[in-house]
Design a protein around this ligand. Structure first.
Ligand code: NAD
Length: 244
């Protein structure tokens, strides 16, 4: 912990990369842990563009469960303290793989959503967006303007990442001097290329994750504790100084 807070203190430009593990303490399961959403499930069967097209009933059953889980979820200590670190000038941007909107709800301003947002629905035919409640209205929700099927505004397996978000994320990764991974297995491509890109451009890497990742050997520090606890400790060390 002392090493991690030292890296935050020394850094002039810190970028934080988050995954599903930053939201498990808000009650949202991650994907690949023992209690994750993918246990006993084939992701391609449920969360792919192919599933949305060919098996919409199963697809929407899965996404409606995720949507109802989201309704009661609130930002946890990690989200809230990251927002305070941003306000104190100690975090420049969040690059998130999450689709839950909890960083924004915590008050974080600079959030780049790499995989879209489950808080919206999208019509691929006419590009209109709706609040995600529309996905709960009918068995197979459709666009009110053109009648074509709606999908959650998230990046499904088989879809490309939103180009503008990706470009921004690459720019942030190439120009930071500390890149902090929080709660990600670093197993999903291409988002998992960002920490390696940061390293190649001279950034230091810190990892806060319960399980090992393939980049642990290249990190300056690895903290294997729950993100909420880690950020409470960091806020004691960093934010009390900032406000003293
Ligand atoms: P992942 O499930 O592959 O990995 C999560 C990692 O977080 C695991 O290695 C786990 O050990 C760790 N972890 C779990 N709880 C933690 C905690 N309290 N503190 C620290 N570490 C913790 O998730 P990923 O790497 O984000 O995988 C990417 C995909 O998961 C993305 O496509 C993302 O859109 C999707 N996803 C998002 C949400 C969400 O928006 N909340 C939820 C599930 C999955």
């Amino acid at each position: 912990m002392a090493k991690l807070s030292g890296l935050f203190r020394e850094s002039r430009s810190t970028v934080v990369f988050t995954g599903a593990g930053v939201s498990t303490e808000s009650g949202l399961p991650d994907f690949r842990s023992r209690t994750g959403l993918w246990q006993g499930v084939d992701p391609m069967a449920l969360a792919s563009i192919e599933a949305w097209r060919r098996r919409p009933n199963e697809f929407f059953t899965f996404y409606r469960q995720r949507l109802s889980g989201l309704q009661g979820a609130r930002p946890n200590h990690a989200h809230l303290i990251l927002a305070r670190l941003e306000a104190a000038g100690m975090v420049r941007a969040i690059l998130t793989q999450n689709i839950d909107g909890l960083h924004q709800e915590a008050g974080h301003r600079s959030v780049i959503e790499l995989h879209g947002s489950l808080r919206q629905a999208l019509c691929l035919a006419c590009d209109r967006r709706y609040a995600s409640e529309i996905l709960l209205e009918n068995d197979l929700p459709s666009c009110k303007a053109c009648g074509k099927p709606l999908k959650p505004d998230v990046v499904l397996f088989g879809e490309a990442l939103p180009a503008a978000a990706w470009d921004l994320a690459v720019r942030e990764s190439c120009s930071c001097d500390l890149f902090v991974v929080v709660g990600s297995s670093l197993a999903v491509s291409p988002a998992n290329h960002l920490p390696a890109l940061a390293l190649e451009h001279g950034s230091k890497l810190a990892i806060v994750n319960l399980e090992r990742t393939h980049l642990d050997p290249q990190a300056s520090v690895v903290v294997s504790s729950p993100a909420g606890e880690v950020f409470i400790e960091l806020s004691r060390e960093l934010l009390s100084e900032a406000t003293a």
